[in-house]
Ligand binder design. Sequence first.
Ligand SMILES: *Cc1c(COP(=O)(O)O)cnc(C)c1O
Length: 471
Amino acid sequence: MSRNAHPAGPRHGDVLPDAQPSQAPLDPNALDPAIWPASAQRRDGVLQLGGAPVTALVDEHGTPALFLDEDDLRARARAYTVACGDSSGIDVYYAGKAFLCTALARWIAEEGLGLDVCTGGELAVALAAGFPAQRIGVHGNNKSRTELTRAVAARVGHVVLDSFAEIDRLADIAATAGVQQRVLVRVTVGVEAHTHEFIATAHEDQKFGFSLRDGSAARAVAAVLAAPSLHLGGLHSHIGSQIFETAGFEVAAHRVISLAATIRDVHGVQVEEINLGGGLGIAYVAGDDPESPKQTLERLNGIVELECASVGLRAPTLSVEPGRAIVGPSAVTVYEVGTVKDVTLDGGHTRRYVSVDGGMSDNIRTALYDASYTCVLANRESAATPMLSRVVGKHCESGDVVVRDTWLPGDVRPGDLLAVAATGAYCRSMASNYNHVPRPPVVAVREAATQVLVRRETEDDLLRLDMGAPR
Ligand SMILES: *Cc1c(COP(=O)(O)O)cnc(C)c1O
């Protein structure tokens, strides 16, 4: 189990909860507002999203499908910009890897956020959406020459540098293009944060960034300052994901700001911006308790100001890169139940396997990270005694689990709809065609009207890439 648990899952490997929730919820039909989108409610027993019953959404768009509450998403994005309004100069970049399509990129732009991309493909979507290039940041530990050339040509706001090879590559590309490219230097601070724990060591065993400990980060800064076609905009650190507490950020900020002080002392350069990355957590299951964007940003800003004051630095602009916290809670995945099977375990217990028409191809997080999810019966309410159930997909793989343990009404049957909450981030964006299963659509819902953001893939789409046997 701990082998699978990873930073992007909700819990550390060594603190995985007991595999089985011990108690049935008081009401398995209830919708915890901390977990579900703002518009989620039941009417005549049927789950409503964006003012529409899921039964009607499914009649129109089929299953499995991701339904995204547009107002909820915009409100979450706006919560960051509003929170920044009162605290001085915080920049927020939405991390597009959580989920990106052109419509979403436009909404993010309209709400006043910047956008992080980390591949040529994500950059292409951002540019196709007309996202203002000056508000785009480009990440990645292995950006190709082509990707960097396109980013420079598009005049993106900043590139986050990740290796010495890339410093040379980008300096060359920017010089050829006749521009001075603004860059951040990604620093590996030796902090790994996750949910309620963080590990702070000097140990920096990962592929991202320049190590602080061995002096790489300081040498990278010197190399940037020596390159006329690069402009040092600031320092960057990203410590993990699904983080509920700011203590890990505090250690990271302390270490990054020590480097900023060294840069001032050695080079006489004031760092303009400190980017503390993403990783802000959301509620997947009851008891998850993330802070509000306002609380988080105020706390991070306070930490940066304090750390800067202690080394006599003028406080730079703080920037953050939430992905999950903006898009995660806004979407739910709706599946249709195909089979229900009870299996007798050692000791006489029964485990109920509820098979749905999607699975690890539309949500890999449970298999990959031991992620936990909340799931409800969506097309009706039921007073039947709750049964501890496991929601599994249709793939030829025993690890194909969507929700490992959930209490579902005991009368769940084929043809019922199940809704899984908080699937907006890292589900459709990590979807695959395993078993040649077409990927599900993402449909926005607002005031009971739908807008298909990404249409359902078809078998024709899959066959289009198949060039056939040579004749
Ligand atoms: C993944 C990532 C993010 C976004 O992480 P979330 O957990 O979705 O907030 C932000 N910045 C960087 C550099 C990342 O790799």
